[in-house]
Design a protein around this ligand. Structure first.
Ligand SMILES: CCCCCCCCCCCCC[C@@H](O)CC(=O)SCCNC(=O)CCNC(=O)[C@H](O)C(C)(C)COP(=O)(O)OP(=O)(O)OC[C@H]1O[C@@H](n2cnc3c(N)ncnc32)[C@H](O)[C@@H]1OP(=O)(O)O
Length: 452
């Protein structure tokens, strides 16, 4: 028996020490100091102490807790027979606060029973919540900590609120569903208990969720009914639909005509593209000025600058560079410029038409916001080539060149302006490519907006 007293097996005390484990530690420590403790208490043998059930050690433990530091300090006195080793151990080990929990379909609520909490460190990594804080709990002012490995995945961000009496944590579940328990481990940790103030079973929570959704729906209807409806909405839609339809028909005619001629005449069709197509292109591109107007008055959501660059850029090439110089009109580059312009419009205008009647055809949306990726640089390049070809012609003929009045008397050559325009073209291309990239992300990404 003496051997047993001298070398009792030490209990393993985990960092998340539970009360009963603390008692075990205490029993172990007391057993080691059995002869002394006989003197402290003046009753019972060392053996009896070593085997005393944990519950019978409660008063001694209480004296050793930091909640009564005076008692802890006087642990060597016969009146309070708590061995110093046990106190050191119970103080050096972190303490676990009481935690209450409840859940809803999408959230978890944890109430940590600590008052006057200071410097809480609460994180979630790999679905494990780590809590550490200084506060006043069941074992007085101390550092308390715990960890909880959640049953299922949760969002790593959490929200917590410190009140004078407790600390409330809200954790979002990754998937909205009902958990059969909070923790991965099947046995509930001793420090954890249901929060009966917030507790709901699955059907209650479902009812609450439905009621909330219904309330949100009613609120939405209320707000919508308060917002004055645009009285011209239908008119605007009708007008836009017609505009888009006309443009679609115009560009379809251009595209089909050019394609058929390409199949019949082959490369020869390149050289008289302008003569066969120009009238329809003039019509469509003149009509396109409406797009600047639409953007200006806010009928459509298109920002002004990209629309302005687009329409003015094309019309400058069409009306000034090609339309005014006969030599330019028989160049093959005209075919490529017109072909690039018309292909995109075969998808853009039908896309707008469908959006006017609140229909979205996903494939068409995808094509509208993707086909510009090859077409825009190609179209820009074709325009740039036509400008480069036009520069010497304008230089030779002196068309649109003018001389400033005396005393400056400087001749401003239009070909010089074309060179500047060439730089502007690449700048404009860049601005519009960036705009189209943003539009693509908005329409093909997860975030979507509704038509005005
Ligand atoms: C004399 C000095 C001149 C100075 C000029 C400087 C140089 C400029 C150079 C510019 C380079 C031009 C090169 C170019 O000509 C080359 C080519 O065109 S090659 C062919 C390929 N081209 C393209 O792919 C461009 C086609 N064009 C466009 O996409 C538009 O014109 C553009 C303005 C670039 C972008 O369009 P937008 O801003 O309107 O974007 P969205 O289509 O997403 O529309 C936004 C929202 O508005 C609604 N919307 C717009 N228009 C309509 C409509 N007509 N009807 C109904 N709804 C419309 C649309 O539905 C969107 O609404 P929501 O966001 O709610 O979906």
């Amino acid at each position: 028996m003496a051997r047993r007293l001298r070398a009792p097996v030490p209990p393993v005390v985990q960092p998340h020490q539970t009360q009963s484990r603390t008692y075990q530690a205490l029993a172990w420590a007391q057993a080691r100091r059995a002869p002394d403790s006989r003197r402290w208490a003046g009753r019972g043998s060392g053996r009896a102490r070593a085997h005393r059930p944990a519950s019978s050690l409660r008063p001694a433990f209480r004296a050793a807790t930091p909640a009564s530091p005076g008692a802890a300090r006087s642990c060597g006195s016969p009146a309070r027979p708590v061995p110093a080793a046990a106190i050191m151990q119970s103080q050096s080990q972190s303490l676990t606060p009481h935690v209450h929990w409840a859940q809803r379909h999408s959230e978890l609520y944890l109430r940590v029973e600590l008052s006057d909490v200071q410097s809480p460190e609460i994180t979630i990594t790999d679905n494990v919540l780590h809590f550490k804080a200084q506060g006043h709990g069941a074992k007085g002012d101390n550092v308390y900590e715990f960890q909880l490995a959640f049953l299922e995945s949760v969002m790593p961000q959490l929200v917590y609120k410190v009140t004078q009496r407790q600390l409330n944590i809200t954790v979002q579940k990754k998937e909205s569903n009902w958990w059969e328990r909070l923790t991965k481990q099947e046995r509930r940790p001793l420090f954890l208990a249901p929060d009966f103030d917030r507790w709901q079973d699955e059907s209650d929570a479902e009812m609450e969720l439905k009621a909330k959704e219904e309330e949100e729906r009613i609120n939405k209807i209320r707000i919508e009914s308060r917002v004055p409806k645009d009285p011209f909405r239908q008119l605007k839609r009708g007008y836009l639909f017609m505009y888009n339809l006309v443009q679609f028909l115009g560009f379809s005619w251009i595209f089909v005509n050019m394609t058929v001629r390409l199949f019949i005449l082959g490369k020869d069709s390149f050289y008289d593209t302008f003569h066969t197509i120009a009238d329809m292109m003039y019509f469509c591109q003149t009509l396109a000025f409406i797009e600047i107007l639409n953007s200006l008055v806010g009928i459509v959501r298109s920002p002004l600058i990209p629309s302005l660059l687009q329409v003015l850029g094309r019309n400058f090439v069409l009306f000034i560079v090609l339309g005014n110089v006969e030599e330019m009109q028989s160049k093959a580059v005209v075919f490529f410029v017109f072909y690039c312009w018309s292909i995109i419009e075969l998808f853009r205008y039908p896309f707008y038409m469908l959006s006017c009647i609140d229909i979205e055809w996903k494939l068409l949306t995808w094509i509208r916001y993707t086909i510009w990726i090859p077409l825009y640089p190609l179209g820009g390049l074709a325009e740039a080539v036509s400008l480069i070809q036009a520069i010497p012609i304008f230089s030779e003929t002196g068309k649109f060149s003018f001389t400033l009045p005396y005393p400056m008397s400087v001749t401003i050559k239009f070909s010089f302006f074309l060179q500047i325009y060439l730089i502007l073209l690449f700048l404009g291309l860049f601005i519009n490519l960036r705009h189209l990239y943003k539009q693509r992300r908005q329409h093909l990404g997860s975030k979507k907006r509704k038509m005005k």
